[in-house]
Design a protein around this ligand. Sequence first.
Ligand SMILES: [Cu+2]
Length: 226
Amino acid sequence: MGDARRVRWLAFRTPEATRRPSYSTLGALLVWGGCLVAALSAGSHGGAQAGGTLDGDLRVRAHGRLEHAVVYLESVPPSPCRPGQTAVLDQRGMKFVPPVLAIARGTTVSFTNHDIVSHNVFSPDGEGYELGTWTRGTVKHRRFTRLGVYRQLCRLHPEMTADIVVLPSPYFAVTGPDGHFQILGVPAGTYRLETWARGYAPVRRPIHMAGAQVQHIALTLDRERR
Ligand SMILES: [Cu+2]
């Protein structure tokens, strides 16, 4: 969903939100209000209220497309127009879904279980955590404040695995089955693009975004050397 659409959605919701004000609601409205003003002001100058689009294809050398690869931009200035502070890692059909969950630092992940059997969630990476074992209907939450990659494992089913990738900016995408990705709403500027995919060496390159335009990019990954 583009930022402009988010802004319109918020404007539509505002009257309901203000009926039951709270400090957090008001804070959010102030932030969103700033976003709205910025968007309208950019629009009135013919600029891009939604920024540019980075549209790319990611391949593995000699092996074609790669799904579930993370592509992100570093050091993009923070924007109130990109909240994206929640995400879900589900357990369904004896698998973690999605197998790769990319989030911006500060995001709270909700861990759900839609199977009829119990599952467990823990990670041995970084500071490590153990969320316990639970059945369908219970939701656990964890906020990720440190950058890094956290393998998600289940003590009951060793074959279950996923990765939560905590990124320095909310400007990221995860490739689809065809290796395609899109990062929307990127403000004009020069950034460093990076990739993460388990088993593959990261690709880094500078990227210049000029504003409200679509920029195409092709990335090729190589297997990590062991
Ligand atoms: Cu399990």
